[in-house]
Design a protein around this ligand. Structure first.
Ligand code: NAX
Length: 331
């Protein structure tokens, strides 16, 4: 058996954490032959309840789980980590604006970025889930100059999965038929789920669902506002689906991409598609080796799509301006 892959999860005591760590420990992330080691970070008051989760992890007797450490110390949590999944943060409260949330959560990611820089393993990769995830990733990365740009991801996979499900339901096919589906931009209402370049059963989604009004006026806002709809229905924000998307994101970055498909994640823009370099922006990505990735190039972008891509980039630039004072040396 190979050496364990060490995965650090922050906010492990929260609802996404609870849905995530058992699946990682059971082999749901790296498969049935790959041992894993977990490092779980929480704030001090949440440690007693996280200890209850540790008891449950013991009680699952997962053969692949080599060891677990729960801690409130960031450098202990990130020590030697191969993957860091940043889930911990303050939730958005009633009446809190996006700007307030950014200011409230930003400082967490300065400290965590520094700790990743100091303690994580030499090949560490980082997925930010906690919102606003693109900008939190930007802040963390700016404090971790030792970790190269291509190792940072912000999670838009839940949006991709939501979009695939909506297209599949409308077309009356299994969700596996939907491919080449990009989420462009920010994990926010300005994201653009790109149905114009998506395929259903290998054919353009726009020919299978021959209903341009539904695609532009129902599908796009349904995907962008799905998180709020789940909160309304469930009385709590998406947790199992968010944890599932985090697993999908890490797997997509860790294994070669299936031929003829791609996946979406926020990554550091290199200027592709005219998106300002340095922003953490969601693009279509492929990986040939499960280590590096590249942005799928030359997709047709019409005027309507262009306006949507630019609006999301503008929002991310505004978010970056709002946290300028929190950015570190690698910004
Ligand atoms: P919870 O409030 O259930 O859990 C968050 C946990 O983070 C809490 O246990 C809290 O004690 C812990 N925490 C707070 N500050 C911390 C710190 N400095 N270090 C370590 N842990 C800390 O929220 P949950 O529903 O699990 O959501 C977690 C984050 O995911 C939120 O920011 C949420 O907005 C975000 N989401 C992101 C999604 C995405 O697609 N990118 C979708 C789902 C989710 O909304």
């Amino acid at each position: 058996m190979s050496a364990p892959i060490r995965i650090a999860v922050t906010g492990a005591g929260g609802q996404i954490g609870y849905a995530l760590i058992f699946r990682i420990a059971s082999g749901g992330l790296f498969g049935p032959d790959q041992p894993v080691s977990l490092r779980l970070l929480e704030i001090t008051p949440a440690l007693p309840s996280l200890n209850g989760t540790l008891m449950e992890l013991d009680d699952c007797a997962f053969p692949l789980l080599k060891d677990v450490v729960a801690t409130d110390q960031t450098t202990t949590a990130f020590d030697g980590a191969d993957w860091v999944i940043l889930v911990g943060g303050l939730p958005r409260k009633e009446g809190m604006s996006r700007a307030d949330l950014i200011r409230a959560n930003g400082p967490i990611f300065t400290g965590q970025g520094k700790a990743i820089n100091e303690a994580a393993g030499p090949d560490v990769r980082v997925l930010t889930v906690a919102n606003p995830c693109n900008t939190n990733a930007l802040i963390a990365r700016s404090h971790a100059p030792k970790v190269p740009a291509e190792r940072w991801f912000a999670m838009t996979r839940l949006d991709q999965n939501r979009a695939a499900a909506q297209l599949a339901i409308k077309a009356g096919v299994g969700v596996g038929e939907v491919t080449q589906l990009t989420i462009w931009g920010n994990h926010s209402d300005t994201q653009y789920p790109d149905y114009k370049n998506a395929l259903i059963g290998g054919k353009p989604a726009t020919s299978v669902i021959n209903d341009p009004t539904w695609l532009s006026d129902t599908f796009v806002p349904t995907v962008a506002k799905r998180g709020s709809a789940v909160i309304k229905a469930r009385g709590a924000s998406s947790a199992a689906s968010a944890a599932n998307a985090a697993l999908d994101s890490v797997r997509s970055a860790s294994f070669p991409t299936k031929s003829g498909d791609w996946f979406s994640a926020g990554v550091v823009s290199d200027g592709s598609y005219g998106i300002p370099a340095g922003l953490i922006y969601s693009f279509p990505l492929t990986s040939t080796d499960g280590k590096s990735w590249s942005i799928v190039q030359n997709l047709p972008i019409d005027d309507d799509a262009r306006a949507r891509l630019d609006a999301s980039a503008k929002e991310l630039q505004d978010e970056r301006d709002a946290v300028k004072d929190l950015l570190g040396p690698a910004a």
